[in-house]
Write a protein that binds this ligand. Sequence first.
Ligand code: UDP
Length: 481
Amino acid sequence: MGSEDRSLSILFFPFMAQGHMLPMLDMAKLFALYGVKSIVVTTPANVPIVNSVIDQPDVSTLHPIQLRLIPFPSDTGLPEGCENVSSIPPRDMPTVHVTFFSATAKLREPFGKVLEDLRPDCIVTDMFFPWTYDVAAELGIPRIVFHGTNFFSLCVTDSLERYKPVENLRSDAESVIIPGLPHRIEVLRSQIPEYEKSKADFVREVTESESKSYGAVVNSFFELEPDYARHYREVVGRRAWHIGPLALANDSTTDKSSRGYKTAIDRNDCLKWLDSKSLRSVVYVCFGSMSDFSDAQLREMASGLEASNHPFIWVVRKSGKEWLPEGFEERVQERGLIIRGWAPQILILNHRAVGGFMTHCGWNSSLEAVSAGLPLVTWPLFAEQFYNERFIVDVLRIGVSVGAKRHGMSAEEREVVEAEMVKKAVDGVMGDGEEAEGRRRRARELGEKARKAVEKGGSSYEDMRNLVEELKSDSKLTVGC
Ligand code: UDP
């Protein structure tokens, strides 16, 4: 070790939702592999998710990550044991998830105690924990924020806040061209999340805490969005380090299939099914960890998949089968695999038989597809997913939209997308023709760039090194790597 006798220590505190926890755990792992002392803070019910990453053999034996638990508040009005947004039934999501946010604010005191006790050199905390800035500042510890999304969407949000173009719109059917961005990006008013339109107190608190923080770490790589990586730094005016794709930290088959919840399918059965399909022929269909669809929508989706005639893996969060079209399973027996529950997503995406991904455009899923060199069928549902769709379809030109028009966490808030649209988008991505070939080629090239970015000397590897060096010199330490 260097002139001082301890390594740089970074404490990671992810928001309790799969889409926020998994990338931050990958990040804690990456920093640990780099020689940083990584510490993860979470609540008891989230331990299995944390362990799914920190117990991976390459981490636990050579670069152990310390886990610190803080109790989840009990007087919250949440169902017993509900310590993760992804465990809220989709139906209850719109109401319960507000209660969940309020509950996490009560973690301030136990989190402060952990910081006082451990005194890390830096903390990386989720954007949804704005109060962690104040707790850390009192102890003189720098806070880095993690949003979980890309530069592009951060720039869209900034532009909406800066120029307030939505205020001029009279109805949801009107669209707006996002001002001041490097590309012409148009979204419908109905595709913009309510919280961006109303600018609730919590959103203001989040933005304020960000502007005071040390900077942001972004799960992206420079070559994917150079214009927006610059725009975020130069126009939005925030310090940022791009260190992704974080999911590429999962190298082995075991890493790829152990991440997250226990899978609803045995990984060998899944691989065996995929092995039986020809190269790039399968569409993988999955909508992240929190999606909600009505029975009517699931039926349309099933009919669209059936009509498109491509083999598919369909991940659904609903039990039973009364929502499937009559005789569906029998008819698609050979070419369709339904996974009811958690799927080993990055294992599937990286199998040679997979040729496209129908996704809700959650940023992790989108970037995991990019990393695997795959084109996308885009079907955004809520949060910043409609912005991600524009990035995938208009900027990267590797996706085809099913034409979803309305933002909404619950199925009732959204319109039903018809089977014909599903089929058309799937055929657009999986079919023949110059346009589809072009999309596939661009996706493949991005996949290669993604892998290069995280290799030694690549843009993300170097940005992580820059960040570590800077933190090290701020805290006058040397890192053991
Ligand atoms: N995921 C998975 N299996 C599933 C569903 C999701 O492994 O069946 C993982 C996926 O690989 C991604 C994360 O969960 O890393 C979901 O994050 P994303 O941002 O795509 O969507 P969210 O769940 O936040 O809406």
